[in-house]
Design a protein around this ligand. Structure first.
Ligand code: URA
Length: 196
């Protein structure tokens, strides 16, 4: 399979109608943002209200934490690429459904191939399970900060699952969790640099 340029992929999916409930509810599809040649690709869960309004992933409260985590490893959001497991905001920010994740799977894997990053960061359970499948079964708190392999066709990628920033918000910004998350981002940068 030849890699599809990212801009082409973006325009193909901008009017996607595969998920009826999502495309009736969304304001727009949120394809992703950042450097098209990034070494680090981050995959979140799904756009929320702010993302649906602004068309940029992780631009709300979780995004502020993500930015802090990136800064802790001297990266800006412009230097990485950020997308989500699904491109559209689920009603009332409910969890993505299995068939919605399935419908967006081809787009996600083509995005990975188009960016061709050194490291993929899966943020939270949904992204980790979508990318790592059985390896993510124990749950994000068990697998966070470890390095896994993903093979797509003949290309190998390193994958580092991390806890979702929303988790920190639910836990009243517990500093212990924040430090743990920063440690996991150290694994991200070390893995990226060891691939240089
Ligand atoms: N914003 C996103 O774009 N994705 C998430 O998973 C959470 C907030």
């Amino acid at each position: 399979m030849t890699n599809i340029p990212l801009q082409q992929l973006k325009s193909e999916y901008s009017n996607c109608t595969k998920c009826k409930e999502l495309c009736n509810f969304r304001s727009q599809t949120i394809f992703g943002s950042g450097d098209l040649n990034a070494s680090v690709l981050l995959i979140g869960e799904a756009p929320g209200k702010t993302e649906d309004e602004q068309g940029i992933p992780f631009c709300g409260a979780s995004g502020k934490i993500l930015q802090e985590l990136l800064e802790s490893i001297n990266l800006t959001r412009e230097e990485v690429f950020i997308t989500n497991t699904i491109l559209c905001r689920p009603p009332k920010n409910r969890n993505p459904k299995k068939d919605e994740i399935q419908n967006c799977n081809d787009r996600l894997f083509k995005t990975i191939q188009a960016i061709n990053p050194k490291v993929i960061v899966t943020i939270g359970n949904f992204a980790s399970k979508t990318i790592l499948k059985k390896e993510a079964k124990p749950g994000i708190t068990k697998i966070r900060g470890q390095v896994f392999q993903l093979q797509i066709e003949d290309q190998k990628y390193q994958v580092v699952p991390v806890v979702h920033p929303a988790n920190l918000l639910y836990n009243g910004r517990n500093p212990v969790i924040l430090e743990q998350m920063k440690k996991d981002f150290q694994v991200v940068i070390e893995t990226t640099e060891s691939n240089d």
